[in-house]
Design a protein around this ligand. Structure first.
Ligand SMILES: C[S@@+](CC[C@H](N)C(=O)[O-])C[C@H]1O[C@@H](n2cnc3c(N)ncnc32)[C@H](O)[C@@H]1O
Length: 243
C-alpha cells in the first residue's frame, strides 16, 4: 500500500479531537512550539479535517494550505471551511507527491510522520515539506514517540486509547485503538535516527526531539496526567528549520 493511505474515517477520527490529551497536550504542545503564527503562511501537512488549519487562522496566521491523502478528511475539512474560505485552501494529495514553491513560513505536521515505513519514504516526506518552506522556515511535528518501545500493549485507557507495538522493529505497525473509533489507527515504527537522518538529507538543521507538554490551564487534576507523562510518553514532538 502506498505510504500514507489510511483505513479509518474522518468523522470517527474527528470525534476524538475533544479527548483531554488532544486539547491539553497535543494542541498545546504544537502551538507552544510553533509560537505566535500571526501573519504567517503555513502548510498543514496531513491536515486531516483541518482542526489545526482553522486554529492557525484563529490565532492570526494569514494563510493556511492544508494537504491530506484521505479524500473523506479533505471533504470534511472543506465542509467546515465556511468561515475561513479565503484563508484556508485544502488539497487532496499525499504529501510526498505535493511539492511547493518555498513560500511558507512554517509547516506543521500533526501525526503525518507516523506513516512512512522506512528511511527512503521519510526522506520523501521531508523533501516535500522542505519544498514548501522559505529558508529558515520552521517545521513542528507531533507524532508517535519512537523512544517509547515495548512488546505488546500499553494501557492508556484513562486517556481514551490503547497502544500496541512489537518492539523497535523499523517498519513494524504501531496500532492505536481509540475509544469511539471502529477502525484502528495504524502507524509505523521508525527509530529516532531515521527521522534525524531524513530531515538532514532533506536540507534541515537544528533538529530537536521536543518533550510534549501539558497546558497549565488543564481542567483535569494533575494526578490524572501521571501515567501519560510517566517515563516515556506515547507521543513526542519535533522541531527543525530549513537551511
Ligand atoms: C492521525 S490523522 C491527523 C490529522 C490532523 N493532522 C490532526 O491532527 O487532526 C493523520 C492524517 O495524516 C494523513 N496522512 C498520513 N500520511 C499522509 C501522507 N503521506 N500524505 C498526506 N496525508 C497523510 C491521513 O490521511 C490523516 O488524515
Amino acid at each position: 500500500m502506498e505510504s500514507g493511505k489510511i483505513d479509518y474515517g474522518a468523522k470517527e477520527y474527528a470525534d476524538t479531537k475533544s479527548f483531554p490529551f488532544r486539547t491539553d497536550v497535543e494542541k498545546y504542545t504544537i502551538f507552544h512550539l510553533l509560537g505566535n503564527p500571526k501573519g504567517m503562511r503555513i502548510l498543514d501537512a496531513g491536515c486531516g479535517e483541518g482542526i489545526y488549519s482553522r486554529e492557525l487562522i484563529d490565532r492570526g496566521a494569514s494563510f493556511v494550505l492544508g494537504v491530506d491523502g484521505a479524500k473523506d478528511f479533505i471533504e470534511l475539512a472543506n465542509k467546515k471551511n465556511e468561515n475561513y474560505n479565503n484563508k484556508i485552501k485544502y488539497r487532496h494529495s499525499l504529501i510526498q507527491n505535493f511539492k511547493g514553491s518555498e513560500d511558507m513560513d512554517a509547516v506543521i505536521g500533526s501525526y503525518v510522520l507516523s506513516y512512512p515505513k522506512n528511511l527512503e519514504e521519510t526522506i520523501e516526506y521531508c523533501e516535500a515539506i522542505a519544498s514548501h518552506l522559505k529558508k529558515g522556515g520552521k517545521f513542528v511535528g507531533f507524532n508517535n514517540n519512537p523512544f517509547e518501545v515495548f512488546d505488546g500493549k500499553a494501557d492508556y485507557s484513562k486517556y481514551g486509547f490503547e497502544k500496541r507495538m512489537n518492539g523497535a522493529i523499523n517498519g513494524s505497525e504501531v496500532i492505536y485503538l481509540l475509544g469511539g473509533m471502529d477502525n484502528p489507527i495504524i502507524n509505523f515504527y521508525l527509530n529516532p535516527e531515521i527521522y534525524e537522518e531524513a530531515f538532514e538529507k532533506a536540507g534541515f538543521s537544528d533538529f530537536k526531539w521536543e518533550k510534549i507538554s501539558l497546558n497549565p490551564a488543564t481542567t483535569k487534576p494533575l494526578e490524572y496526567w501521571n501515567k501519560f507523562f510517566d517515563n516515556k510518553t506515547p507521543f513526542i514532538a519535533m522541531t527543525t528549520k530549513k537551511k
